[in-house]
Design a binder for this molecule. Sequence first.
Ligand code: PEP
Ligand code: MG
Length: 746
Amino acid sequence: MVESTESESRRLLGRLREAMAGDAPGQARLDKITHLIADSMGTEVCSVYLFRDDETLELCATEGLNVESVHETRMRIGEGLVGRVAKYGKVVNTPDAPSAKGFRYMPETGEERYSSFLGIPVQRLGEMMGVLVVQSKDAREFSADAVYALEVVAMVIAEMAELGAFVGEGAALSPLHQQPVLIPATAAQEGAAEGHVWLHEPRVVVTNPIAEDPHRELQRLTEAVEELRVGVDKMLKISENGDKDQLQVLETYRMFANSKGWMRRMEEDISRGLSAEAAVEKEQSQARARMSQVQDAYLRERLSDLDDLSNRLLRILTGQGAETGAELPENPILIARNIGPAELLEYGRSLRGIVLEEGSVGSHAAIVARALAIPLVVNAKRITTEALNGDHIMVDGDQGIVHLRPDETVVSAFRDKIAMQADAQERYASIREKSAITRDGAQVNLLMNAGLMADLPSLDGSGAEGVGLFRTELQFLVRNQMPKRSELVALYQRVLDAAHGKRVVFRTLDIGSDKVLPYMKPTDEPNPALGWRAIRVGLDKPGIMRMQLQALIRAANGRPLSIMFPFVAQFEEFRAARKEVDKTIERERILGHALPERLEVGAMLETPSLAFAPHKFFDEVDFLSIGGNDLKQFFFAADRENERVRKRYDTLNVSFLTFIEQIVERCERSDTPLSFCGEDAGRPIEAVCLAAMGIRTLSMRPASIGPVKSLLMKVNLPDLRKIISDSRHRGDQSVRPAVMRYLREI
Ligand code: PEP
Ligand code: MG
């Protein structure tokens, strides 16, 4: 039986190849395909439905149904049996279609006459493209072999659709990957960017899905798998003494590469008529389908390893991909499913924009993109399947929108936006050397946040007066292993050198919560944001903290040094950390290292509790910096990474501003220098309100300094204070509307 289906599917594929070889118009090809399939399967009907848009399927060709209904009959995803196949990506095989769940009678097609129904999803690497259906009058259930044969054919149809084989005269479908697409996403780093698609992992295009000579294809597969195995073994050898996690991944690769089951399935696919690459892709598609259904994180990762391995194998077979030495296009916009911070750093500033299909606003990649000031959007659904290398693309990092292959109107509107931003940049450059002095004469110090060496040139370019927050954990996050003390000394030294005497506040390691070091044992906590993080880790694992403190002292080498501890929730934690600093200083003195000529030790106020610490704490701490990102999430009990709840609470909420004002007052009473270094410091409207509440030092991304300074120079703080206090008396929830009215008038 298998033998007969094998040869049947091979014969069918052979006939399909002939049908495709000529240069007939797209519609004629589809018609021929449906005819061939019906003929080979011995069914009265064969139809192909393809997606017209995300929601609608259209009957594009049929043998057996009413030809008048071609391009007329449409259905929504989920509607009828065809819609059900498309919605769930699963085969529907029934001998009695009219009584099957979801059946919808479509009089125009005359399909009530057919009893059995076999619907196969037409999909390519998890991308649903349509449905292939055969129907017959006799009530039969199609055999597993028949289903298999049609699955193979469906895959070839998907491959052909991808290559635009059905486009042309007479076909009502637009070519895939040529239409303009608007993809809504989530904004993660503002800015507008125009450029060309650069796929981090290039799509491999299979141009020869059907095998001419199965023996030759088997041989090609065997050779390619051998090359893959040798490659994996080589990688394993190189990483032998390296990182444990990486080794584990490679071991999994090796296991898959040697998997007999995987190999056998691909060989079977070839014997049924597929080319070697189509066989790899078929197995990959199935792994992806499984991946979307598996909940278990470990299993998902293994399936994604297999996906990665299949990509490597496809690249070997087709010779496509990174090894071809393709060059970045002009103004490259990086498209990836997800990307690690280290890989992103390798691209560096050559990128104009980044679009991630997954990713999150708080991911490490997002932190790096922000540090590099590259517009970034995340959650851009289907972008890796929609975009092709070189496609024209526009990324709106403010609104979180991607325009792929935009039409003329979008292009001109978008270019206006970019021009306006460029004008604004010029204006900001003209005030770079000026101080941020408000109308009423208050001076606000503007500092920048940093974390990478790549940030430091901005110290001169942005007009920042220093670094108010150096996030030291970024250097730990972008590595595969714990950095050595000597490496940290060299790094901090370079930071201080580049600052040319300007103040740099080094925040000690702030890990935990969303910042998980790849080489540290993960802690499975129910609420990581409220869990073992930042100074809590530092105090429990003093070894790392001491190593970092030593590195800072040695890097300063006699110069002034500012150290800040993150996430201090109570006085005692600060005292304990300060004691570590004193002990380290003493040890360094004994070892003969130069000690900082001036040492400040501060804390971040990121939990409401610290605002109510004893007066003595405010006396003892050398300075405080409000970490508004964390403080706000704990003040409102709203996760900063959860868009749904985060957006409900405005920073300009009267209660939050009142809280900030109280912190300012406490600091004033004890003469404790205070700054604000959360993201809100870099948002002009929020920044002027913080200034109105009495904050005189703001630390922000370098790109925000111009816009913030420009607005500060226009406002009168007593006026703003009055507006805020009136708002409070009225019982407003947020001062934003009143402040906006004021800003529009100045
Ligand atoms: C903050 O919480 O506001 C802050 C500056 O720290 P991070 O964003 O790194 O948690
Ligand atoms: Mg924080």
